[in-house]
Design a protein around this ligand. Structure first.
Ligand code: HEC
Length: 102
């Protein structure tokens, strides 16, 4: 468990060094702006009639695995990103969504 946490931190260090760990990390991720912002909004607070807020209780309470699954395989009107984004890109989005909602 601790080893996993260290491995994850090591992976994310370059990401954290480049972008502030604040709630703007997700919004300043170019992958998010390109692939997600049109539905979830530029600041991830959701858009009317489109994607839901990514700072909702549901997202806060979802596990990393659940979020990764939704982004990878899609859910209802949420498109799947398997094959479009690398697992690293998806992990980064999950991490940024989680750090934003804490
Ligand atoms: C075409 C519009 C669209 C795009 C593009 C899109 N989403 Fe979604 N997303 C949705 C909709 C609609 C839902 C709600 C799905 C449902 O009904 O369960 C959703 C749900 C989600 C959820 C679960 C939140 C919840 O409350 O159920 C996450 C997390 C999420 N999207 C992340 C992302 C990420 C990260 C990206 C970019 C890689 C992205 N989405 C791109 C429309 C979109």
């Amino acid at each position: 468990m601790i080893r996993t946490a260290i491995a994850v931190l090591a992976l994310l260090t370059p990401v954290l060094a480049k972008s502030p760990r604040s709630e703007s990390a997700l919004a300043s991720n170019p992958v998010y702006q390109r692939d997600c912002a049109k539905c979830h909004g530029k600041t991830a607070e959701g858009r009317f009639m489109a994607g839901p807020s990514l700072a909702s209780d549901k997202v806060v309470n979802a596990s990393d695995d659940e979020l990764r699954d939704i982004i990878t395989h899609g859910h209802h009107r949420m498109p799947k990103f398997e094959g479009k984004l690398s697992p690293e890109d998806i992990n980064k989005l999950v991490f940024q969504i989680k750090s934003r909602t804490k």
